[in-house]
Structures are given as structure tokens and as C-alpha cells.
Design a protein around this ligand. Structure first.
Ligand code: GAR
Length: 190
């Protein structure tokens, strides 16, 4: 059985989608979900789905090896960032080379970097009058949104789309593609 550990900061709709996708399959499971926000909706989802969930603070993540040690103990085949908003510390990147995967709600390298997340991305896309946007699934390195791109998918934008409607289109792409891309990554080497 291959194992995924998810890190999420907010609603966790992608986390739930990934958990339920792999519940229907035999070779991969989500073994734990970690969050940096103790009020995040993802915690309620995990409770309902009966997936172990753990909250951690900044010190545990960046100043000590608490989270690194926990992740190593989980022996994950992939660490998946599903709406996780903190930068990944160097020691974590080094411990899991090419094993940390992020999803970004735009077509990187556009609309990436510090401060570009969630609705902020969709508002910027709208303000710039873009005619398309999409998702980028990429490996994580020490810089925000700069690791090697694994997969992108696009959706078109029409002039009357609001930032919220753009977000809905992007979420639909995320739900459709993110678990499938993770599955392919995990199963390609047997
Ligand atoms: C997703 O759209 C994800 O792409 C984005 O946060 C949202 C989380 O939604 N991630 C980033 O912006 C990372 N820079 P969810 O909590 O409902 O899965």
C-alpha cells in the first residue's frame, strides 16, 4: 500500500476529494492530514471521514523537527499540499526529494509566488482580463511555486465571469485531475 500524507490550511475540499478517490482504490491510501490552522474546515472533514488529523503550529513546523519527525515516521510515498499556505522549510524539502507535490490554482509561472493563493489568484486573473486560467500541479522546492511542473490543465474565462465563478471553474479542474495525477505519479514505478 502506498501512502499519502496531506497538508491543508483551509476548507480541505481537495483533501476530501483525494481521500474519497483513493478509498475506492486498493493500492494507495491517505494515512494522515496535517493542518496549520486549528479552526480549518479540513479538520471537520477528517473527523467525518475518519482520517487521522493533526494540528501543528509554526514552531513545530519551522523551528523544530516535530513535523519532520512525524512525516518521516509516516513513511509517505507522497506529501501532498492541498491548499497549504506556508512555505515548506528546507529540511522538509531535503527529506522528501521529489515527493512533495503542490497544487496551484493558476497557470504557473503566472500568478504564483508569496501571497498568491486561493481567491487572491482568481481576483488577479479577473482584474488582468485573462481569457484562460487553470491549475498547475508541481513538485515543491524551497521557493514558492517554482518547482518542476508535473501537469497543467486549462479552462476558459468569459468577460462576465466573476472571480468566484473563475474559482469554481478552477476547483472543478482540481477535483477532476489532482487525484488522477497523484495516482499516476505513485503507480508509474510499480
Ligand atoms: C485550492 O484552489 C488550491 O489550488 C489553492 O487553495 C485552494 C484550497 O481549496 N492553493 C493555493 O492557492 C496554494 N498557493 P480547498 O481547501 O477547498 O482544497
Amino acid at each position: 500500500m502506498k501512502r499519502i500524507v496531506i497538508l491543508a490550511s483551509g476548507s480541505g475540499s481537495n483533501a476530501e476529494n483525494i481521500i474519497t478517490y483513493f478509498r475506492k482504490r486498493k493500492q494507495i491510501e491517505v494515512s494522515a492530514v496535517l493542518t496549520n490552522k486549528n479552526t480549518a474546515q479540513v479538520l471537520e472533514r477528517c473527523k467525518r471521514l475518519k482520517v487521522p488529523a493533526l494540528y501543528f503550529n509554526k514552531a513545530a513546523f519551522s523551528d523544530t523537527t516535530t513535523i519532520l519527525d512525524f512525516l518521516v515516521s509516516q513513511k509517505p510515498d507522497l506529501v501532498v499540499l492541498a491548499g497549504f499556505l506556508w512555505k515548506i522549510p528546507k529540511n522538509l524539502v531535503a527529506a522528501f526529494p521529489n515527493k512533495i507535490v503542490n497544487i496551484h490554482p493558476a497557470l504557473l509561472p503566472k500568478y504564483g509566488g508569496k501571497g498568491m493563493y486561493g481567491s487572491k489568484v482568481h481576483k488577479a486573473v479577473k482584474e488582468n482580463g485573462e481569457t484562460e486560467t487553470g491549475i498547475t500541479i508541481h513538485f515543491v522546492n524551497e521557493h514558492y511555486d517554482e518547482g518542476a511542473i508535473i501537469y497543467q490543465a486549462k479552462t476558459s474565462i468569459i468577460a462576465k465571469d466573476t472571480a468566484e465563478q473563475i474559482a469554481e471553474k478552477v476547483h472543478a479542474l482540481e477535483y477532476e485531475h489532482f487525484p488522477v495525477v497523484l495516482e499516476k505519479l505513485l503507480l508509474k514505478n510499480g
